[in-house]
Design a protein around this ligand. Structure first.
Ligand code: NCD
Length: 313
């Protein structure tokens, strides 16, 4: 069933810099066309995307659907596969994926366990795009994050990148660190409550790439030297019944206008969203707050990615 020639998107370590350049060029082209009110050509006409989501999603789900439709493709799927698919009857992921291969040209999968996308890719007859696999990875988010960073800063190798929040369970930061480690940055600063610090295997990966890093609980000191500040939510769904631990972590690091006043004027403040208190709404007016622009970029990057996966380029 599975074929290694299929263009699966499973983890962000798979992206090569030259490929990224091409992807971002196409994404920027689509963005400029859209901003100027132009129409995208229907490069994905006759193609169908299966959106198979086991976990809630706003940005990832809607931007993939919007991208596919805007390029002339069709979409089918569910936002709640745990209820609206045979998963509710106990069907395995592998069986569902084998079946869905007959109904479309690409599967965009969000799954609650790390390794879900890899497992799906191993048995799928059509490309799998990992739209988040539990606390594992979220490679398409890393793509749009790096695209967005590139719109504000020319050379990632000069950047001090600070990641804040649930670094143990946050798949967005896992994928982003893997990708930025490959591209090279000046330094990572990891700011997290001790309970949810960055995973040791990822720290090792950063070290192996020769990139200096710091782990700290001092948000003020970190952002004072940051070019990129990447906030994340404490991932409540992975705490189970450890409500007290969750409450202890939540609210530990919050960006308010006062806190952001300590960041360089050229810094950018990012968040994959949804935010649940890590950035107060008053911060939105600050020109450094670019998280809504970041979310909007998901449409262009995912459109370019769908074209690549479906072999338009
Ligand atoms: C993230 C996710 O689902 O991992 N959301 C997203 O796709 N932008 C972040 C999160 O849920 O905290």
């Amino acid at each position: 069933m599975g074929s290694s020639t299929l263009r699966h998107i499973v983890r962000s370590q798979q992206f090569e810099p030259e490929w990224l350049d091409q992807l971002f060029l196409r994404a920027q082209e689509l963005k400029q066309l859209k901003l100027k009110g132009g129409q995208w050509s229907k490069t994905l006409q006759g193609k169908r995307m299966n959106a198979f989501f086991y976990q809630p999603s706003t940005r990832t789900y809607f931007s993939f659907l919007a991208a596919m439709q805007a390029l002339g493709g069709q979409v089918i799927g569910t936002e709640n596969a745990g209820i609206f698919s045979s998963a509710a009857k106990g069907e395995s992921l592998a069986d569902s994926i084998k079946v869905l291969g007959s109904y479309g040209d690409v599967i965009v999968l969000r799954y609650p366990e790390a390794g879900g996308a890899k497992q799906a890719a191993a048995v799928s007859s059509i490309p799998i795009i990992n739209a988040g696999d539990g606390p594992g990875q979220h490679p398409t988010q890393a793509l749009l994050d790096v695209f967005t960073i590139g719109e504000h800063h020319q050379d990632t190798r000069k950047l001090v990148v600070t990641l804040v929040g649930d670094l143990a369970n946050g798949r967005t930061v896992h994928s982003l660190v893997y990708l930025l480690a490959k591209m090279g940055v000046a330094k990572f600063i990891f700011v997290a409550p001790k309970l949810v610090g960055m995973r040791p295997n990822i720290l090792q990966h950063v070290h192996d790439h020769g990139i200096p890093f710091e782990e700290t609980e001092s948000l003020d000191a970190a952002i004072a030297q940051s070019d990129v500040i990447y906030m994340t939510r404490i991932q409540k769904e992975y705490f189970g019944d450890r409500i007290e631990d969750y409450e202890r972590c939540r609210g530990r690091f919050v960006i308010t206008p006062d806190v952001l006043a300590g960041a360089p004027s050229s810094a950018i403040l990012m968040h994959p969203l949804p935010r649940v208190g890590e950035i107060t709404p008053e911060v939105d007016a600050d020109p450094r707050a670019i998280y809504f622009e970041q979310a909007a970029n998901g449409l262009y990057v995912r459109a370019a990615l769908l074209e690549w996966v479906l072999e338009v380029w």
